[in-house]
Design a protein around this ligand. Structure first.
Ligand code: CP
Ligand code: NVA
Length: 311
C-alpha cells in the first residue's frame, strides 16, 4: 500500500490527499476483482463497525453491512430510534462509549457537525455516510465509476445538474482533487456553498481541474458525464413542491442529453431517484446510464476505505 491511512477518519473529501484517494481506488479495484473471482479477503477479521443512521438508507446500510461481513468483520445497526444521537445522550458521550466497543463508526446524520464531533471524540475512525453538507463515500464511488468507464479522470468533463446539495459538494471537491473538470449547474439560490467552491478552486489550481458554475441548463454542452440527484434531500420534504417548480428545467431527459454533444454522456445518479422529477425513465434506463454500477461501487470503495482506516 502506498500510504498508511490507519486510524484516520473520513468526514469530508477534504480529509484526503489526491494520493490517498488513489490508494482507496486502487484497493477498491483489487477487492472488487477478488470478490468477482471468489477469492477471500477477510482483512477485518474480528473487527466491529457501528453504523449510526439518523436518516433512511438502502445503499449505505447494505454496502457497509455486507462489506464488513465480506471483510470478515461485523456491523452493528443503530437506527434513528436506537441511540437518538444528541437527544438521549450527547454526541461526545456516544462517541466515547462506541470508541471503547467498536473499531470504527459509520454515521449518517443531519448536522455535519455531529459527524465531526463523533470523529473528534471516538478515538476510532469515523466515516461520514452522509450529512446535510457532504456525502464523501458517494463521491469516491462515483469518480471511481467514471475512472472504470473512461480509464482516466484528467480531462473528463463531469457536469452535475440540479440542487447544490451534499452530493454536489462532495463531487466538486473530489473532481478538483484528482484533476477532473467539473461544471455545476444549479438554479439561482440553490448553488453549492461558497466555502466548498473556495476549497475546490484551491485544489483545482494544483490538479489542473477546470471548474465552472452556471445557472443555465444549456451549459451541459461538452459533458462526458451528466450527474443529477433529488431536488429535495432528506429533511427537505416540506420544500419538495416548491423545489419541483423551481428545478423543472433542470431535469435530465433525452433533450438535455442531446445538448451534451455528439457523444452521448454517461448518466449518473447517487440514487434513490425520483423518476419523472430530476431524471426521466429514458435517461435512467438508457444505454449510457451507469447508475446501478455506480451503486454497486459503493460496496467496493467502502470496503477499501474500511480496510485502510480500520485494519
Ligand atoms: N446513495 C445513497 O447514499 O443511498 P441510500 O440513501 O439508500 O443509502
Ligand atoms: N441529496 C440526497 C442524497 C441521498 C443519497 C439526500 O441527502 O437526501
Amino acid at each position: 500500500m502506498a500510504v498508511s491511512m490507519k486510524g484516520r477518519s473520513f468526514v469530508s473529501i477534504a480529509d484526503f490527499t489526491t494520493e490517498e484517494i488513489w490508494t482507496v481506488w486502487e484497493l477498491a479495484a483489487s477487492l472488487k476483482m477478488k470478490q468477482k473471482i471468489g477469492e477471500p479477503h477477510r482483512i477485518l477479521e474480528g473487527k466491529h463497525l457501528a453504523m449510526i443512521f439518523q436518516k433512511p438508507s438502502l445503499r449505505t446500510q447494505v454496502s457497509f453491512e455486507t462489506g464488513m461481513a465480506q471483510l470478515g468483520g461485523h456491523a452493528v445497526f443503530l437506527g434513528p430510534d436506537h441511540i437518538q444521537l444528541g437527544k438521549r445522550e450527547s454526541v461526545p458521550d456516544v462517541a466515547r462509549v462506541l470508541g471503547r466497543m467498536v473499531d470504527g463508526i459509520m454515521a449518517r446524520v443531519f448536522a455535519h457537525n455531529d459527524v465531526e464531533m463523533l470523529a473528534d471524540y471516538a478515538g476510532v475512525p469515523v466515516i461520514n455516510g452522509l450529512s446535510d453538507e457532504e456525502h464523501p463515500c458517494q463521491a469516491l464511488a462515483d469518480l471511481f465509476t467514471i475512472y472504470e468507464k473512461k480509464r482516466r479522470v484528467e480531462g473528463i468533463n463531469l457536469t452535475y445538474i440540479g440542487d447544490g446539495n451534499n452530493v454536489a459538494a462532495s463531487l466538486l471537491l473530489t473532481a478538483a482533487k484528482v484533476g477532473m473538470n467539473c461544471t455545476l449547474i444549479c438554479p439561482d439560490g440553490y448553488e453549492v456553498k461558497p466555502h466548498y467552491i473556495q476549497t475546490a478552486r484551491a485544489d483545482a489550481a494544483l490538479s489542473g481541474s477546470k471548474l465552472q458554475f452556471s445557472n443555465d441548463p444549456a451549459d451541459v454542452a461538452g459533458s462526458d458525464v451528466i450527474y443529477t440527484d433529488v431536488w429535495a434531500s432528506m429533511g427537505q420534504e416540506a420544500e419538495a413542491a416548491e423545489r419541483a417548480r423551481i428545478f423543472k428545467s433542470f431535469q435530465v431527459n433525452d433533450k438535455l442529453m442531446k445538448k451534451a454533444g455528439a457523444n452521448p454522456p454517461l448518466i449518473m445518479h447517487c440514487l434513490p431517484a425520483h423518476r419523472g422529477h430530476e431524471i426521466t425513465d429514458e435517461a435512467m434506463d438508457g444505454p449510457t446510464s451507469v447508475v446501478f454500477e455506480e451503486a454497486e461501487n459503493r460496496l467496493h470503495v467502502q470496503k477499501a476505505l474500511m480496510a485502510l482506516l480500520i485494519q
